[in-house]
Design a protein around this ligand. Sequence first.
Ligand SMILES: [Zn+2]
Length: 58
Amino acid sequence: MTASYAPCPVCDAEVPVPPNPVLSELLVCESCSVALEVRALDPVVLDEAPQEEEDWGQ
Ligand SMILES: [Zn+2]
């Protein structure tokens, strides 16, 4: 089975994609540590995962 890669939308690094990715699967870019979400499968397209950070206030 051939490993596949998709470009990170943030840093353009090649992010390894598992053999049978599914939509909305979450990956992490090893280069910039951003959370990525699978948005399309053929070809695989990655986009930044929605951030749900706590707002700790100022
Ligand atoms: Zn990246």
